[in-house]
Design a protein around this ligand. Structure first.
Ligand code: ATP
Ligand code: MG
Length: 362
């Protein structure tokens, strides 16, 4: 093997020393050809070098970068303090990773995913380097998708509400009349033969079944109590129906008195309880589920805890993410909230935190 001393690279830095001439060229090419913007600074935060992706992104020449402090040139005004903190942490030897904003020479603000990495040579901090990936387009697309999902969900809720109202106001009423007529018919055919009476009885039972189904479908599509009486009543009614259908006990801790919030907030929390209960039934095997709703200084906190097989250690990596939990998370994030799901060997806990500042109290 060839013996190479520590050769100074042609990068101009006394601190950047790389073991062999060919590998120094190779490493230089690695940095230069990297599509991610890279800048290297010395241990005093003075500019050492950057690659062409960095120059393309921020539009500064090497001379301009060498003449000023990097943060003063590229930290967006909104994040000056944050940039200074990141620099301090990296110079203290910490690796940092964040998504933030930076400013180009033409003044344009770009969203960047940033890695700040300390460079150690022989256990001494020799410098630091920053990797910047322009994620402006990605963030724009994400926010467009989020807006679109938001609109779709709004349209979907409106549509559910309309169908629920139609079912309740027309189909349900017509079925009620049908039931009533069949009951009268039962009396009228009391003297008829057994076959006719049985047929009428079966038809009456069928009509009753249909009307019950329509009632529960219309309720699940949009619970009328949610509009009229608010969350606690709607959750209580949902829990009672769930207990009857599933045999799983629901232990509710709801505020005695809770203000009214925007329709989006109330519907989001109601749908989370609905999906959470469906998951308990489908996946947990728990005999009970504890649901609590609290209002704490402009935040609503909803918690669902079951006592089932949330995880056996093995299943977590293989756990698939369905639309249920992702849907809950998206609903909350659109409203500035946060969903936490914690699978443990003695059950699953779902916590939804939602700010209420932009909502109204009746
Ligand atoms: N209460 C729970 N107890 C145990 N595992 C759960 C519980 N809730 C969710 N899970 C696990 O998390 C996974 C994702 O749940 P999610 O609701 O997103 O999807 P899903 O219920 O499988 O399907 P769907 O898209 O119809 O909701 C489930 O498949 C299940 O493995
Ligand atoms: Mg589910």
């Amino acid at each position: 093997m060839q013996q190479h001393g520590f050769l100074q690279t042609h990068l101009g830095s006394p601190t950047l020393q790389i073991e062999s001439a060919p590998s120094a060229t190779y490493l230089r090419a690695l940095i230069e050809n990297n599509p991610i913007a890279i800048v290297v600074l010395d241990a005093d935060h003075h500019y050492t070098m950057c690659n062409s992706a960095f120059q393309r992104l921020f539009q500064y020449s090497s001379e301009e970068l060498a003449a000023s402090d990097l943060d003063a040139l590229i930290a967006a005004p909104r994040v000056v303090q944050e940039a200074a903190n990141l620099t301090r942490r990296v110079l203290q030897g910490e690796k940092v990773h964040t998504v933030t904003q930076r400013r180009r020479k033409d003044g344009m603000i770009v969203d960047v995913e940033l890695y700040g990495v300390p460079l150690f040579v022989n256990d001494e901090l020799a410098g630091v380097y920053g990797l910047y990936q322009d994620v402006t387009e990605r963030n724009r697309t994400r926010s467009a998708v989020r807006n679109m999902t938001d609109k779709l969900e709004h349209i979907q809720e409106e549509e559910r509400r309309r169908i629920a109202r139609d079912l309740h106001d027309s189909t349900s009423q017509e079925l009620a009349v049908l039931n009533w007529n069949l009951r009268r018919l039962m009396h009228l055919v009391s003297s008829a033969d057994e076959t006719v009476r049985n047929l009428v009885r079966q038809t009456k039972d069928l009509a009753y079944e249909c009307s019950e189904r329509i009632r529960s479908t219309s309720y699940l599509l949009h619970p009328p109590l949610l509009d009229d009486d608010g969350l606690p009543s709607a959750i209580t009614e949902l829990a009672e129906g769930f207990e009857q259908r599933s045999g799983i006990r629901v232990d509710l801790t709801l505020p005695r008195k809770l203000g009214r919030f925007s329709n989006e907030v109330e519907v989001a929390l109601f749908r989370i309880v609905q999906e959470g209960l469906a998951n308990v039934l489908r996946h947990s095997g728990s005999p009970v589920v504890h649901i609590s709703l609290k209002e704490q200084s402009n935040w609503l906190k909803l918690t669902l805890i079951d006592e089932g097989s949330g995880c056996d250690g093995e299943t977590i990596p293989r756990r698939r993410s369905g639309t249920g939990i992702n849907g809950m998370r998206e609903r909350l994030e659109q409203l500035g909230g946060l969903l936490t799901v914690c699978y443990a060997s003695n059950g699953t806990t779902i916590t939804a935190d939602l700010p209420t500042e932009n909502t109204f109290h009746a």
